[in-house]
Design a protein around this ligand. Structure first.
Ligand SMILES: [Zn+2]
Ligand SMILES: [Zn+2]
Length: 342
């Protein structure tokens, strides 16, 4: 019987990581064992690192954006082989609740995530259910493969917003999700994709990924730029990717009559004040978007056309997990996506 030894990175207490040692044996029925090659830090990992994630008590293993190679295949697995380059859709759903039976597994009443059950991907190996594993295109790098999960989040938001040919879009916030939303909007046929942020480096990256205009909203008023670029009408669709009152207000103030604002940011302080008259006077619409549902296959196709590697600003060996998370929190480091490699 073959065995695989793995370090599994964990947030032990706020601002402190450590590693568990785990030994995997041959995969059970329906499972595959994946050797991790690249594992990306997600914003949610940072909420956990700070000990401020409302749904995730410490200690907990982390990591859910990764790529790797299958090293062992359990009985009853079809369509996946040893040596396949893959990524994982990390949600675990029941398949039997009403939402699952309607196909809306993203709303599963019993939804969980593999990393919260001890199967974090800041590790040497991850055991996974084969039905959640996706093969990567041959020419896609492991770095890009580790970003399929956040690309799926962006894909989900853009599909929910139904961005169409010739539309104008505003994306507020050029973090990884905002950048990917801007890129996917452009692929969806939006003719103008305006992105706002306070970091010139991130705005430059946004333009390289497909945004058509970048606004440093810390230096010039966003309203003025939007007025100029949309002839005073406002944009068709906006995306809020920050999670603050000011940016929520921008998202609903910047859209035209009957426009649609999609809220993607996480609000650490959810009690905000907004100009509620806009809903009736301008017949605007507001919706949220979270996670993904049937979006991985679309994101994998899109990944062929996006230069995802441009998002990777730092790569650390897995042993430097603590340093990697600190780098993500250090604004002066200018990180967008930070990868760990075993
Ligand atoms: Zn993520
Ligand atoms: Zn369910």
């Amino acid at each position: 019987m073959k065995e695989w030894n793995s370090r599994v990175g964990r947030v032990a207490e706020p601002m402190k990581t450590d590693f568990l040692q785990r030994t995997f044996s041959e995969p059970a029925e329906g499972q595959v064992l994946i050797r991790v090659v690249s594992s990306a830090v997600c914003g949610s990992d940072l909420h956990i690192f700070k000990g401020r994630h409302p749904a995730v008590p410490l200690p907990v293993t982390i990591g859910h954006e990764f790529s790797g190679d299958i090293v062992a295949v359990g009985p009853g697995v079809d369509g996946l082989c040893e040596g396949d380059r893959v990524t994982l859709e990390p949600c675990i759903v029941c398949g039997t609740c009403e939402a699952c039976r309607r196909g809306n597994y993203g709303y599963c009443e019993n939804i969980s995530f593999s990393y919260r059950k001890g199967d974090g991907a800041m590790a040497d190996y991850v055991m996974a259910q084969a039905e959640h594993v996706f093969r990567l295109p041959d020419d896609l790098s492991y770095h890009a493969g580790a970003l399929i999960e956040p690309l799926s989040v962006a894909t989900h938001a853009v599909r929910r917003a139904d961005v169409r040919l010739g539309e104008t879009v505003l994306v507020i916030g050029a973090g990884a999700i905002g950048l990917l939303i801007a890129a996917v909007c452009r692929k969806s046929g939006a003719s103008q994709v305006i992105i706002a942020d306070h970091s010139d480096a991130r705005l430059k990256l946004a333009l390289e990924l497909g945004a058509t205009a970048a606004v440093n909203s810390g230096k010039e008023p966003l309203e003025d730029v939007l007025h100029r670029l949309t002839g005073g009408k406002g944009v068709d669709k906006s995306f809020e990717c920050v999670g603050l009152e000011a940016t929520f207000v921008q998202a609903i103030s910047s859209i035209r009559q009957n426009g649609l604002a999609t809220i993607v940011g996480i609000f650490e302080n959810p009690k905000i004040s907004i100009p509620a008259d806009l809903f009736v006077s301008r017949e605007i619409r507001v919706q949220g978007a979270q996670g993904y549902c049937w979006d991985f296959p679309v994101a994998i196709e899109l990944s062929r056309e996006l230069n995802l590697e441009k998002l990777v600003t730092h790569v650390f060996p897995l042993d430097d997990l603590q340093k990697a998370l600190e780098t993500c929190l250090d604004r002066s480091a200018g990180s967008v996506k930070v990868l760990l490699e075993p």
